[in-house]
Structure formats: C-alpha cells, structure tokens
Design a protein around this ligand. Sequence first.
Ligand SMILES: [Zn+2]
Length: 271
Amino acid sequence: MALRVVFSFLVVAFSTTGWAQGGSSAIDFLNANYVSIAQSELRRCSNRTSPTLGPELATYVTVAQAKVITGNFLPHCEVALTFDDGPHPVYGPQIVKILQAQNVHANFFQVGENVARYPNVTLMEYHAGEVIGTHTWSHPDLQRLTFAQGSQQIEKAFDEVTQILHVYTPFFRYPYGASTPEIRAYLAHFGRVTFFWNVDTLDWKIHDPVQLYRYALTQVDQVQRGIILMHEIHPQTVIMLPYLLDALRRAGYQPILFKPGQQTALTLHAS
Ligand SMILES: [Zn+2]
C-alpha cells in the first residue's frame, strides 16, 4: 500500500522533472524498497558482477542460422530485452536513457504507422545503438487478414523503417504472436527472421509498476534465460524498467542483443 502511494508521487516527479534528473528522495525511497523486493524474489543466477547490467553480448542472427527465434535456446542467465509497438515520442527516449544508464541495448519491434508519425524517435533510437525491427504497418492480427493484406502490412513497415534508417534489418515480430502458414513461408522465403519471446511481462495489462515489477521478476526467475517481452508505449514499463535492469544486474544476468548478420542484410536489401 505504502509503495503505491510513493509511486503516484514518482509519476508526478517523473513528468515534471524528467527521468534523467532522478535522484529525488522519492526515487531513493523507492529504490530502497525495490532492493529489498528484488533480493527476496530473484534467485541468484551467476557469479557475474558488474557495476551495470551491460555491456551486452551481441548475438548475430542470419537466416541460415535461425528463422524463428523463441528465446528458449539462450544459455542459462542470458536475457534479451525487447520493446514492441513504438516508437513513442515520450517513452521511447526515456527507455533509451534508462538502457544507457545500464550500458545495454535492446531489440525494438516497431509499428510502421508509428514510425511514419515519429521518424525522429526511431532514428534517435537507432543512432543510440538499439536494433530496430518491424511489427507490421498498423498492428493487425495477421490471422484475420488475407495473405495479400498481410504481406502488404509487412512490406509497408519494412519499407518505412528502411527508408528512414537507410539500413535494412530483416527482424520481424507478429502482432499478438499470431501468424499463418502462408505468412510464415513468405517471411522465410524473403529471409526475414521472426522473433517470439519466452518471458512475458504482461506490461500492457499490469498498470501498477510495483505489481508489474514483481510479476516480471517471477517470469524471469522461472526460466532464467530468454527473450523478455515489453512495450515501448506504456508508462508503467518505463517506471519499472530501471529496477528490473538493476535486479537482473544484481542477480548476475548477462544481457544479449540480437543483431542482423551482414550477409542477410546485404543480400536482402538488393532484392
Ligand atoms: Zn505488438
């Protein structure tokens, strides 16, 4: 209960002073509480110690290696951070700052029409070192579309991101994780790598940041590896993120970042 009250204060501090300034007594108080929560709930994963969660390991993915990435294959204690549905003009930059403070990067899967609306956010994230994949043009359930509509949704988003970044990254994630056999074959044929997740924070559903933090920890703790699904567009994710990263660091996790293999990028851009 007490934490809830502090959190509403934090949200005010957050919106008026900005995340970067931090350091207020409210944040210190919150931090102290989070430390005790984290220590009681996240099992120690390895003996790795570091002042930040990063630097992350880069995992280069080519189509020849893997067409579908689920996260279960990652070694014990290695986690990848992923953010869907952006770019978001406010939360995107805040997430990047939080990642920078922990010396890590993340894989983003962005919605084409949002990229068209906020191209500078996508561009900033890319230049900050984040890897930008796509997530269709307008986030439909591809199972409810015809094949022609679905492939158009996919290509339009890839075109938009490629045009803005001047670089083609063949990384894709299905909205809702929903695909069809035809769309899967299509993506594979054109050399796209599709990403799923094996740690779902449910950050779209859990609005209370403390609850979200605790839930995320239990999900990570269950498998102790893999791809963590989060979203770029929810304030509770931004508030919870520094504490999640800190808990991962203290438990000895190694962050990883998926990057496109060079051959894939060059070959596909030509077609
Ligand atoms: Zn989504």
